[in-house]
Design a protein around this ligand. Sequence first.
Ligand code: LRH
Ligand code: MN
Length: 388
Amino acid sequence: MTDLAAVKRALAAQRIETPSWGYANSGTRFKVFAQPGVPRNPEEKIADAATVHRFTGVAPSVALHIPWDKVDDYAALSAYAQEQGVEIGAINTNVFQDDDYKLGSVTNPGGGIRRKATDHLLEAIDIMDRTGSRDLKLWFSDGINYPGQDDLRTRQDRMAEALRETYDRLGDGQRIVLEYKLFEPAFYATDIPDWGTSYAHCLSLGEKATVCIDTGHHAPGTNIEFIVAFLLRAGKLGAFDFNSRFYADDDLMVGAADPFQLFRIMYEIVRADALDPAYGIAFMLDQCHNIERKIPAIIRSVMNVQEATAKALLVDRDALFAAQNAGDVLEANAVFMDAYNTDVRPLLAEVRADAGLDPDPVAAYKRSGYDEKIIADRVGGTQAGWGA
Ligand code: LRH
Ligand code: MN
């Protein structure tokens, strides 16, 4: 039988990290629809992240992206975040927007460009030393567009060399979360295209290297919860970049396109007792809100993760394991679906009320007038994010 008090404690202790870039302008190659009230600097992004935490109670950290969030004094930025009620989380590197990286960053045929890219990774660790961040989040757009364009094996040697130098620079309590992506911007071969490649590099690096699963970075039809179960069993799952998609790397609100998949993923987390922050998995959002208001979209996304998690925690695992071990296919599936088909919104409303929060964070945010305030206040200056 499921212990509801334990379920509520687990939900109250859940931690979801929001992305600084999710509060800024974003779009597609066709158009960026700038929005009024968008942050103009890292401080305003952090203020918006703190607002999400104020209404959800479970989003106490914000991931930064360098150089999008470059400042002169990261210790001061970290202090500002504390004042706002949040902390700075993962530091994301960016070796995908510099002209020099057309043929790759750390895998580039040119040694000088590889050096430049690796130095950026090392600079990010210097920043972590000042923000107190644990996670160095590495994603490489590196890849090639045509067969024969470059040597696949040699590029792996270059990748491994840069990762090794970066890994060896890590301080105590710091780690690498290595993200993979099937394609885009490279359209023939990506140097870290899948979980297996990331896992293999992490194995050869050492215990402070783990895999980051971005839920939008797989071929259609990929069973992501299998990857989650496998990496948890191997002790090599470090982080998620949550979002959802119907086709490619759409970066839509997590749970919007496929709430059942998110439930199946969170079930593997719960089944491994890996939900508790002490276990060490970083649950982060990595989304772009191209047409919808950004803060309510991120609040909704946090709620979608909470709902999937609550359903996963309600799976009657004794009954499920019994049916599985009995080979009772239909009963096992029925037990699993029973949890998924449970309306957990009243339970989450109770968890929020117990924490002194409004049971409906989105409605509470709309009533708060914060959106109107930032639209009125944030006039002039240059909006952060992709150029309008
Ligand atoms: C790459 C990615 C990566 C980030 C970027 C904003 O597609 O998922 O995690 O650096 O989006
Ligand atoms: Mn990502």
